[in-house]
Design a protein around this ligand. Structure first.
Ligand SMILES: COc1ccccc1CNc1ccc(C(N)=O)cn1
Length: 245
């Protein structure tokens, strides 16, 4: 999977290639990262990438021309990739969205700075607009890294133990179960007996029951969403079954 990131601060992305799951995936060629700096595409002696907003107001806006040129160069290098802009106005991402993102051959991620970008880029050059949450950051670089981390860890071979990605919170539509490791007792707090029993069926049932219980207590909205999804799936299956008869 290939990520092309358009950013005024390429140095910030060094962190991805230093350590951890993403760094390993990059070094193994499971994922690729290429950085494009709009300043390299800005014309004239001053190589401007931003300017004051028409209509006045505080802050600066990223200029159309350098970004459009950087996007065109990235598209030429990665013809199968779509362009996604990280912004507080974007579609809110969740695990389902990340699963879809990770299934594509690649993405060109545009990280905005200042007050944002010239609106005409959204008309002409950008395919999708994403938000990692309802809060404003000083730039789109961290959101771009969040999306890359969440997607790359799902790629085959990225995690040591394939199943651990699937069993994470939100992968099954539920929150994760509790985890314990050595020692068996800490300050009077003991590991649940079932986890020491070696009875894998009982352990799996306990973990599912814990995940359901936690989701019910902490995120009942996920349960509602899940039962709705399941109901829809069930309904579709029934319809298909009736049509098949
Ligand atoms: C004032 O910053 C901007 C204003 C407009 C667009 C982009 C930026 C860059 N900042 C971002 C980017 C993304 C997110 C998010 N929630 O995904 C939060 N902040």
């Amino acid at each position: 999977m290939r990520f092309d990131v358009i950013t005024l601060f390429p140095e910030q992305f060094r962190i991805l290639s230093r350590e951890g799951v993403v760094a390993r995936a990059l070094s193994r060629g499971i994922a690729e990262l290429r950085l494009w700096n709009p300043r390299d595409f800005a014309p004239g002696p001053h190589r401007r990438v931003d300017d004051r907003p028409y209509g006045g107001g505080p802050g600066m806006v990223m200029l159309f021309e350098p970004l459009a040129a950087a996007i065109a160069a990235a598209r030429a290098a990665s013809p199968k990739s779509q362009v996604a802009y990280l912004s507080p106005q974007g579609t809110r991402l969740d695990q389902d969205a990340i699963n879809d993102i990770a299934a594509k051959p690649g993405w060109i991620l545009l990280a905005g700075r200042y007050e944002g970008i010239d609106e005409r880029l959204l008309e002409r050059c950008i395919d999708q607009e994403w938000s990692i949450g309802d809060y404003v950051l000083s730039g789109g670089e961290l959101p771009a890294m969040v999306v890359m981390d969440a997607a790359i860890r799902l790629l085959p071979g990225a995690l040591g133990h394939e199943r651990s990605a699937y069993e994470d919170s939100h992968m099954s539509g539920l929150l994760d179960c509790p985890h314990f490791s050595r020692p068996e007792e800490i300050d009077g707090l003991r590991v649940p007996k079932v986890l020491l029993s070696g009875d894998h069926g009982a352990i799996a049932r306990w973990r599912r029951q814990q995940a359901l219980g936690r989701t019910w207590l902490k995120r009942p909205d996920l349960l509602a969403k899940m039962t709705l999804d399941q109901a829809t799936t069930l309904d579709q299956a029934t319809t298909l079954d009736q049509e098949a008869r």
